[in-house]
Design a protein around this ligand. Sequence first.
Ligand SMILES: CCCCCC/C=C\CC(=O)SCCNC(=O)CCNC(=O)[C@H](O)C(C)(C)COP(=O)(O)OP(=O)(O)OC[C@H]1O[C@@H](n2cnc3c(N)ncnc32)[C@H](O)[C@@H]1OP(=O)(O)O
Length: 302
Amino acid sequence: MALAVGIRGLTRSLLRPWVRVPGPARGRTEPAAGGGDGVRCFGSPRVLVEPDPAAGFAVMKMRNPPVNSLSLEFLTELLISLEKLESDKAFHAIILTSDCPGIFSAGLDLMEMCGRDPTHYAEYWKAVQELWLRFYLSHLVVISAINGVNAAGGCLLALSCDYRVLADNPKYAMGLNETLLGIIAPFWFKDTLVNTVGHRTAERALQLGLLFPPAEALQVGMVDKVVPEDQVLSAARSELAQWLAIPGHARQLTKSLMRKPTADRLLKERDADIQNFVRFISRDAIQKALRVYLEKLKQKKT
Ligand SMILES: CCCCCC/C=C\CC(=O)SCCNC(=O)CCNC(=O)[C@H](O)C(C)(C)COP(=O)(O)OP(=O)(O)OC[C@H]1O[C@@H](n2cnc3c(N)ncnc32)[C@H](O)[C@@H]1OP(=O)(O)O
């Protein structure tokens, strides 16, 4: 099994860096996220980046319609955008949000985990690990402006940020609901949740596959702030000011001190974790459970 698939190699083969942004943003200058003028948006087909270098941050908008499911291509594009911002000294922070109305992210792409071969599962899981590691340990301040429902892998992405603002809409529930699909959140999903909400809340939430509506998400500490829907981005921007006022090296080293032990657990067992995923997801019973779940999603429309 090819476990050595490098995300960087994958990245190069999938995309030439900074392809022009398709759709509404293509080729025109938009107001930058922080209100500055004349700064060109960049990105890739599924990730739109609105930079405000003068203010030191960029808004990263996920746009993989209909539900921002984390496909291999989308994961790769998110990683490229993060890498680009991290390597530019003008940027100290990112606000991560969604461009898909009502959806932050439906989590991992079930089509990547259904009916594929072990090599694909290994490649996909390595990309999922990479996304978590890179966001969780990023030296940038990362704030998520959660403007929609946010399940499983999407919730993990938000939990990897430094601060979470959630739009106050009862439909915008978030959580690690893996057990509802008959699958199990891996130890590093669990650790990330425990680090955010504490052991007891995480234990109950994980076993029951709970998706918390905004008031409850705030109450258990899954998010830091709940604001009216039209204020999610401005609230994230206001919060950013406090984070950016702290000397960068002190904040970064403190972040690393807090998070490295959790990340190191995965780094030490990365290949074993991939093999475990491949074995688990390849089981007939798991494949059947995922197909049934997908079918239910489709049937709810009829
Ligand atoms: C040892 C290791 C074990 C494995 C560990 C795996 C860890 C993490 C797992 C995950 O992240 S699994 C994904 C979990 N996600 C969910 O349960 C959310 C599922 N989706 C929904 O509940 C709804 O789609 C929504 C997000 C609430 C949006 O509802 P809406 O009514 O707006 O849209 P839908 O009609 O339901 O969906 C549109 C379209 O998208 C397809 N789709 C939805 N979610 C996914 C997904 N996660 N992956 C792939 N495709 C998805 C859905 O089937 C519809 O398709 P079509 O019918 O239009 O073809």
